[in-house]
Design a protein around this ligand. Structure first.
Ligand SMILES: Cc1cc2nc3c(=O)[nH]c(=O)nc-3n(C[C@H](O)[C@H](O)[C@H](O)COP(=O)(O)O)c2cc1C
Length: 185
């Protein structure tokens, strides 16, 4: 049986990103039901409409990567109570030209972590709104995770049982939704 493919997009370009660590742990949690791959956004140039006539190679690779996945998992920090510019930039590249909007029709779930108690809650609201406008079906519910203390280690294993159980339930719901809408073969 082929598992549905899910592309992970981490909304951070930081080498030691805590969101990337969390994303690794989430992929480990659901690897029996979903086939995860990683979509890179940190090497994309700043969006510039002047580049549309001949899109940079990194941008072509990025949109081709997104197009491979019927479903996406966003794991993102919050910057100044919104989504980080590096993630918004990637979303903007994928949204143009309008008739080739690569986001339309995809299924997504999102989560994120920061050191604050409600960190990423507001950023996720903004992300949810943008993805909705672009035609992504975003799973309901919310999961914003405090990284104080760290719930995962550097290798993508949970060290906090409560957070693992909470996120297991969240990811199980996502796996069920993706399997229902995309199916297995
Ligand atoms: C420009 C900037 C703005 C930030 N704004 C917020 C914020 O609004 N809320 C929050 O919880 N943390 C905020 N932080 C702290 C980040 O959560 C923290 O840097 C975290 O490590 C980012 O995740 P990453 O390691 O995956 O990049 C901000 C950090 C930066 C650099």
């Amino acid at each position: 049986m082929t598992k549905p493919r899910v592309g992970i997009i981490v909304g951070s370009n930081r080498r030691e990103s805590i969101n990337r660590k969390l994303a690794k742990a989430l992929a480990n949690l659901e690897s029996e039901r979903l086939d995860f791959g990683w979509i890179r956004i940190d090497d994309l140039p700043m969006y510039n409409q002047d580049l549309e006539a001949d899109r940079p190679e990194t941008v072509r690779r990025f949109t081709a990567d997104v197009a491979q996945y019927p479903a996406l998992l966003f794991v993102t920090p919050e910057h100044n109570r919104s989504l980080p510019a590096v993630l918004k930039n990637a979303i903007d590249w994928g949204s143009k030209p309008t008739d080739q909007n690569v986001w339309r029709g995809r299924i997504a779930a999102m989560t994120g972590t920061s050191f604050g108690a409600i960190g990423t809650a507001v950023g996720q609201q903004h992300l949810r709104q943008i993805l909705g406008i672009l035609g992504v079906l975003v799973m309901g519910g919310e999961a914003y995770i405090s990284f104080r203390p760290a719930p995962v280690d550097d290798d993508g294993h949970f060290v906090d049982d409560n957070k693992r159980d909470f996120l297991q339930a969240y990811m199980d719901r996502f796996a069920a939704l993706v399997t229902k809408l995309v199916g297995t073969s």
